[in-house]
Design a protein around this ligand. Structure first.
Ligand SMILES: O=C(O)[C@H](O)[C@@H](O)[C@@H](O)[C@H](O)CO
Length: 381
């Protein structure tokens, strides 16, 4: 079998899909994207496609090696995400060629269903009780929310009280049998994180995510030691090498994104590395259906898996939703807060190709917002 063509599709709300075609009629789909840099990643995918066209798609690891290392310079979000989407597509092709779901090729299922969480509250969370109640109504047993909106790096008493009140309100709606995770997007300093995170312990968050920025991984150890709250990070780490210091620092939850961290091939390895540090894997996925399908394949094959993020109803999905691009929506229907095991070959997702091609004609120009502090300086979003 030979790869004959690689196409990309820029689709709303902010995603990029790729389609890898072979001379035997088998087609693989992937989702190579960095949110806000989709056009840049698209260019990278087409540059990498030069390495793939004419080659046997089943030599996945060899392609991964060439794509990540072949141009001498390596790593970073753009290249790692371009590789990630192509890697997903190659695994999709392999599964279809061997008539097996990808998790079967990875050693077979280690669980029967996968627990998922949904987002509540958006960028500037205020009233979250109603949104949580709606997610519970939709059958979810766990939610994630931003701990705060825009806030000062040092955190005023009012801002910190706001975080505590929001989490307490969430816990009240969820009760003791459901979970809440709190995301901080590295909005405050490590010193503020050391003050704030121990205060969250009483509400028992499932984990606190990105309490500091990814460039401050070296400060995570102090943070881990400063409280009993499980610390999570990883959506902005792109390889097992970048996860190593975070794991050594003692994070409880590793969150590689299947569309950023080198795809199925690398996230599989990050999961194994996390196991060495007794950390659990919670793949990041505020993205589309192909990224979620790839995440599920990992979730079903990974013993130290914790929970899966998914984007249905997320505040970013304006103008299009995950289900708009799939033929079989049942694959993503929650039952008691879980998703069932996909049994179709490959990634298991049936992409609605006509819908994807139509969406690409419109494209999108999604960009991250720019926030500023009161004095006009740049603020982390
Ligand atoms: O955990 C999450 O889903 C993320 O923090 C998510 O909100 C961001 O990564 C966003 O996708 C950036 O554009």
């Amino acid at each position: 079998m030979k790869i004959t063509r690689v196409e990309t599709f820029l689709v709303a709300p902010r995603w990029l899909f790729c389609r890898v075609e072979t001379d035997e009629g088998i087609v693989g789909w992937g989702e190579p994207v960095v949110e806000g840099r989709a056009h840049t990643v698209r260019t990278a995918v087409h540059e990498l496609a030069e390495l793939l066209v004419g080659e046997d798609p089943l030599r996945i690891e060899d392609h991964w090696q060439r794509m990540t290392k072949g141009a001498f310079y390596r790593g970073g979000p753009v290249l790692s995400s371009a590789v990630a989407g192509l890697d997903q597509a190659l695994w999709d092709i392999a599964g279809k060629a061997f008539d097996a779901p990808v998790h079967q090729l990875l050693g077979g299922p280690v669980r029967d269903r996968v627990r998922v969480y949904g987002w509540v509250g958006g960028d500037e969370p205020t009233e979250i009780a109603e949104a949580i109640a709606a997610q519970v109504e939709a059958g979810l047993t766990a939610v994630k929310m931003n701990g705060s909106g825009r806030m000062s790096r040092a955190g005023t008493v009012a801002e910190i009280d706001g975080v505590l009140a929001r989490l307490a309100a969430a816990r009240e709606v969820l009760g003791p049998h459901r979970d809440v995770a709190v995301d901080f997007h590295g909005r405050f300093t490590a010193a503020t994180a050391r003050r704030v995170i121990p205060l969250l312990a009483d509400a028992h968050p499932m984990f606190v995510e990105e309490p500091v920025l990814p460039e401050h991984t070296h400060l995570l150890g102090d943070l881990v030691r400063s409280s009993s709250v499980p610390i999570a990070c990883g959506e902005r780490l792109y390889s097992r090498h970048e996860f190593l210091p975070a794991l050594q620092a003692g994070i409880a939850v590793a969150q590689p994104d299947l569309s950023h961290a080198g795809g199925i091939s690398e996230v599989r390895r990050i999961g194994s590395l996390a196991e060495v540090y007794d950390a659990q894997l919670a793949p990041h996925c505020p993205l589309g259906p192909i990224a979620l399908a790839a995440s599920l394949q990992i979730a079903f094959a990974t013993p130290n898996f914790l929970i899966q993020e998914q984007s249905l109803g997320i505040h970013y999905n304006v103008g299009a939703e995950l289900l708009d691009y799939v033929v079989d929506r049942e694959m993503f229907r929650f039952v008691d807060g879980h998703l069932p095991r996909p049994t179709r070959p490959g990634l298991g997702v049936l992409v609605d190709e006509d819908a994807v091609r139509r969406a690409d004609e419109l494209g999108h120009e999604w960009r991250s917002p720019t926030w500023r502090h009161d004095d006009g300086s740049f603020a982390e979003w």
